[in-house]
Design a protein around this ligand. Structure first.
Ligand SMILES: [Zn+2]
Ligand SMILES: [Zn+2]
Length: 344
């Protein structure tokens, strides 16, 4: 089969590789398409626990082609999506049922072969039925599951207000998840007008175009966003969905008393937030992190099936295996790129 494969960081190649065979308890899937995301950029540079040689791609949809020995519960021809994340079952966190915090996470497309390939073989317990979902929605189930985990971490108070920094695919999905999860008013802020237009089309209450944050304009951006909040006093929840600590630093000043800052974007490991401990104490603020997901696929699929969470307009770019370098270029430098999809 053909696939995108890395023998080492920075050097993706589209070439012929051995066909995968489904092992015991595995499902062989013919991939229809797979989403490209920020994680793939980290992998390109050898980060995020990449194990080479590697076929990346962790956000895939396809059709069951064959079942390994002892595999049940799926039919050949069934449309399915893959939860890329697997837990070890042996570490102290797993044994306590805290699966997403597993110390030995395995992930399809990160440290085992993924879905920028014509076919992939994965354990059946990571495969989910996606019959009836259109392909461009199904390809967003994985990011929607990560957004669902964010919602599960937040457990927002019904009737509260939220601000999301970053109108990227995951920010757009999490904004909708929060609205469906009881938040009364959701604002999304981003410098990219086209992305905000897409977010408005998805039914988000308010979008605010902002400048790229610098030390010079941070204060005026905070003032503008506070004034735009429903009460004029800030937000009960602020989500940092850009991965920038500069943006994250606007979170606490924009929280109402008792509010929660959710760190949801992937920041550089050496980045630091500047937070006033006095303010955390006096205003009883919470800072939460949300990383990936382990058990949120079923709930995310339900949200997409019912239409509570929509994906219309999120996919802007498509590339074949041979244009993988163009996909990386677009993800890094094309401001109009929202969700990029790789198609065999
Ligand atoms: Zn991803
Ligand atoms: Zn574990």
């Amino acid at each position: 089969m053909r696939a995108v494969i890395y023998d080492q960081a920075l050097e993706p190649q589209a070439r012929e590789v051995a066909d995968p065979r489904p092992g015991d308890g595995e499902v062989l899937i013919t991939v229809a398409q797979a989403g490209f995301c920020g994680t793939d950029l980290h992998l390109h540079h050898g980060g995020f626990g990449a194990r080479f040689p590697l076929i990346p791609g962790h956000e895939g949809v396809g059709v069951v082609t064959a079942l390994g020995r002892g595999t049940t519960g799926f039919d050949v021809g069934q449309q399915v999506v893959v939860n890329p994340n697997a837990y070890c079952g042996l570490c102290a966190y797993c044994r306590a049922g805290d699966l997403v915090r597993c110390e030995n996470l395995l992930a399809v497309g990160v440290n085992r072969d993924g879905m920028f390939a014509e076919q992939v073989a994965v354990p059946a317990d990571q495969v989910f039925d996606a019959e009836g979902l259109d392909l461009d929605t199904a390809v967003l189930v994985e990011p929607a599951s990560c957004a669902m985990h964010g919602l599960e971490r937040l457990r927002p108070r019904p009737g509260s207000s939220a601000l999301v920094f970053g109108a990227g695919p995951t920010g757009s999905l999490l904004a909708q998840m929060m609205a469906a999860g009881g938040v009364a008013h959701v604002t999304v802020a981003d410098p990219a007008a086209a992305k905000l237009e897409t977010v408005r089309g998805l039914g988000i209450d308010q979008t605010v175009p902002i400048e790229l944050i610098t030390d010079d304009n941070a204060e005026s951006v905070v003032e503008g966003l506070r004034a735009a909040s429903p009460t004029g006093t800030g937000y009960d929840v602020v989500v940092e969905a850009t991965g920038s600590a500069t943006v994250g630093n606007l979170g606490v000043p924009l929280l109402r008393n008792g509010g929660t800052l959710l760190v949801y974007g992937v920041a550089r490991e050496d980045a630091r937030l500047a937070v006033s401990p006095y303010e955390l104490f006096r205003r009883e603020l919470t800072v939460l992190g949300s990383f990936a997901e382990m058990t949120s696929f079923e709930a995310a699929i339900a949200m997409l099936r019912s239409g509570r969470v929509r994906t219309t307009g999120l996919i802007t770019h498509r590339f074949g295996f041979e244009q993988y370098a163009d996909a990386i270029e677009a993800a890094q430098h094309d401001r109009s790129a929202h969700k990029i999809v790789i198609t065999p």
